[in-house]
Write a protein that binds this ligand. Structure first.
Ligand SMILES: Nc1ncnc2c1ncn2[C@@H]1O[C@H](COP(=O)(O)OP(=O)(O)O)[C@@H](O)[C@H]1O
Ligand SMILES: [Mg+2]
Length: 157
């Protein structure tokens, strides 16, 4: 697939090391159009690994102008885009999949959407089976490795 979508998928599957927050954001912007409608994308990685930065760029790629920040009180925040909704979710404060039932997420999802999920490990097996998984690893202060992969790869939390 030599389309722009094919190129970014190939790049991310191979793994990319970015040297700045802007470069990570730009990867998110490029990936957004390549993600199918109604997909959950799990963003794995430690605090500061760049998950929210990537989500900020991803929102741009969906044509969303609102600034994406870490949700402080809400577990998820929906944003309306010109064609698709973005739901940015941070499961850090959830204690398990059962907590999800109380959030009424289903009432907020408006297909076509893309759901970006930080701290996906908190939801255990509650993720849809076709969830995409992206792993963020900090190499040092300014470099992050970002890889799109299978769920069975490293110890994801
Ligand atoms: N290459 C990089 N990619 C992403 N963020 C970077 C990079 N280099 C430095 N940073 C900084 O690291 C922090 C990442 O924070 P954030 O995206 O909120 O992480 P997370 O959501 O994974 O906790 C930001 O302060 C950002 O400026
Ligand atoms: Mg974050």
């Amino acid at each position: 697939m030599d389309t722009p979508a094919g190129t970014i998928l190939k790049t991310l599957r191979a793994g990319v090391t970015t040297a700045s927050a802007e470069a990570t954001e730009s990867l998110g912007t490029r990936l957004a159009p390549a993600v199918p409608d109604n997909t959950w994308v799990a963003l794995h990685g430690d605090l500061g690994a760049g998950k929210t930065t990537f989500a900020r760029g991803f929102a741009r790629g969906l044509g969303i102008e609102a600034d994406i920040t870490s949700p402080t009180f809400a577990i998820f925040v929906p944003y309306d885009g010109p064609r698709r909704q973005l739901v940015h979710m941070d499961a850090y404060r959830l204690n398990g999949p059962d907590d999800l039932d109380d959030l009424m997420l289903d009432d907020c999802l408006r297909p076509p959407y893309v759901l970006l999920l930080e701290w996906p490990g908190r939801l255990g097996d509650a993720l849809p089976p076709d969830t995409w998984h992206i792993t963020f690893t900090s190499l040092d202060e300014s470099r992050r490795t970002i890889r799109l992969g299978q769920r069975s790869a490293p110890a994801w939390a």
